[in-house]
Design a protein. Structure first.
Length: 249
């Protein structure tokens, strides 16, 4: 089945980074805009993200973006810190083109960014964080040790650039940004949905519980049996359930 058409958009962040984005018009509610945030090394042009945008467009218009350092966007990724400015540019664009309700839906790193954006910058009507880490520097699983190698070592950054087109900023955070679970505590009264799989090989369920426990009402936690990690493991039915939740805000 063909995917819903999307149209290219070029955004500019408050710190002057060029962000590549796309708008998939709504096949559902005319007033609902959904800003879709990918995970680390992902892109709006990858098939799983495009498929998610297609399903979500049945509920509202979708603005997908490539975070800085990813795909055709400018700059270098800061792996969850300054990316809140990228997400904010997409949220503002969704409002400019006429969506009066704007919800962020983020996967993995994008989920952490959505939490931090809502807690620090605010300005959204609901937040969905899927497969998101609760805290920084987590190395408790083999995939996350590989992610840290890619971020911290020259050979890893080169591999990410050549293999995925992801440009990673060198150096360390100074200061360390607010952790996702700490940001979750600042989101209320904006509704929050936390979604996590019990088969996630990157972040165990403790991350979802830490985010949910830190947040105030209104909040929900969905633990999905058999669901792995982020966009590539998300089934159309799970995305439709998220779409239905989003459409009720």
């Amino acid at each position: 089945m063909p995917l819903a058409p999307s149209f290219p958009v070029m955004l500019r962040t408050s710190d002057h980074v060029r962000i590549d984005a796309a708008h998939t018009p709504s096949r559902g509610a005319a007033d609902l805009g959904i800003v879709l945030a990918h995970g680390f090394t992902g892109s709006l042009r990858e098939r799983p993200t495009r498929r998610i945008a297609h399903v979500l467009s049945g509920f509202g218009g979708v603005v997908s973006l490539d975070f800085r350092g990813h795909g055709r966007s400018g700059g270098e990724t800061t792996v969850g810190d300054l990316e809140i400015l990228d997400l904010d540019a997409a949220v503002r664009h969704a409002r400019v083109i006429g969506y009066t309700r704007v919800v962020t839906v983020g996967f993995s790193m994008g989920g952490a960014v959505a939490l931090r954006h809502a807690g620090v910058l605010q300005g959204v009507d609901a937040v969905v964080a899927v497969s998101a880490p609760a805290r920084w520097y987590y190395r408790g699983t083999r995939p996350m040790r590989q992610v840290h190698w890619a971020i911290e070592h020259p050979a890893g950054r080169l591999a990410a650039r050549l293999g995925k087109g992801t440009r990673i900023r060198r150096g360390v955070w100074d200061p360390v940004p607010l952790a996702p679970y700490e940001a979750a505590a600042k989101i209320a009264p904006t509704p929050l949905l936390v979604v996590h799989g019990d088969a996630d090989t990157f972040f165990p369920l403790e991350h979802a519980h830490q985010i949910h426990d830190a947040a105030a009402e209104p909040k929900e936690l969905w633990i999905e049996p058999g669901y792995g990690h982020a966009e590539s493991a998300a089934t159309p039915e799970l995305i439709r359930r998220i779409g239905r939740w989003v459409s009720m805000v």
